[in-house]
Write a protein that binds this ligand. Structure first.
Ligand code: IMP
Ligand code: MG
Length: 185
């Protein structure tokens, strides 16, 4: 099946193809499976962007995990972070004494993950770590320890594999950059 290779729009440039994503996810899943063998692990997905990554990661790990969700918002509909991270959906379960991994598709400034890590630590889990597939390393302003990182990406506005541009393009099975001349900002 090759239909996904057709770019849905002429405003995108594919940066990371589906196979590269699959390999990166497999590598992270292997490490997580080893590190948490015999432990009570909950993967906490950050809605909505983490959905494809969480689904693939959860199926690639070889240990039992539970899935929970939070939702955080910092970008609104724009293409630059507003700077303020709001929790728009909290966990609906007690996670005391459980091992948690926050799962998000991308880390940019690090503010979202830092806020979520601080918040979840207050719930007294056995441990809390973070896993991200994409790392916009040059944009980091926060000192946040991320134990599981997949692929480094450039400082461009990205869509696909969960990432959106005003809610569009989350369903692309690859990661693409929006062409600067199409962004109108
Ligand atoms: P941070 O708080 O600056 O690290 O930003 C993290 C959040 O911003 C992610 O969870 C994404 O929702 C969003 N984000 C960061 N970079 C991009 C991008 O290139 N495209 C779409 N969303 C992004
Ligand atoms: Mg977004």
């Amino acid at each position: 099946m090759t239909s996904y290779q057709i770019v849905m729009d002429d405003e995108l440039e594919i940066l990371i193809d589906a196979e590269t994503i699959e390999n990166a996810v497999a590598g992270l899943a292997e490490r997580i499976s080893r590190d948490y063998a015999g432990k009570d692990l909950v993967l906490v997905g950050v809605l909505k962007g983490a959905v494809p990554f969480l689904a693939d990661l959860a199926r690639a790990v070889t240990i039992p995990v539970e899935l929970e969700f939070v939702e955080a918002s910092s970008y609104g509909n724009g293409t630059a972070s507003s700077g303020e991270v709001r929790l728009t959906r909290d966990l609906d379960r007690d996670v005391t004494a459980r091992h948690l991994i926050i799962v998000d598709c991308i880390v940019d400034t690090g503010r979202t993950l830092k806020t979520l890590l601080e918040l979840l630590r207050k719930r007294l889990p056995a441990s809390v770590e973070a896993a991200v597939l994409l790392d916009k390393h040059v944009c980091r302003t926060e000192d946040v320890g991320i134990r599981y990182q997949g692929l480094e990406v450039p400082d461009r506005f990205l869509v696909g594999y969960g990432l959106d541009w005003a809610q569009k393009y989350r369903n692309l099975p690859y990661v693409a950059a929006v062409l600067p001349e199409k962004m109108n900002i």
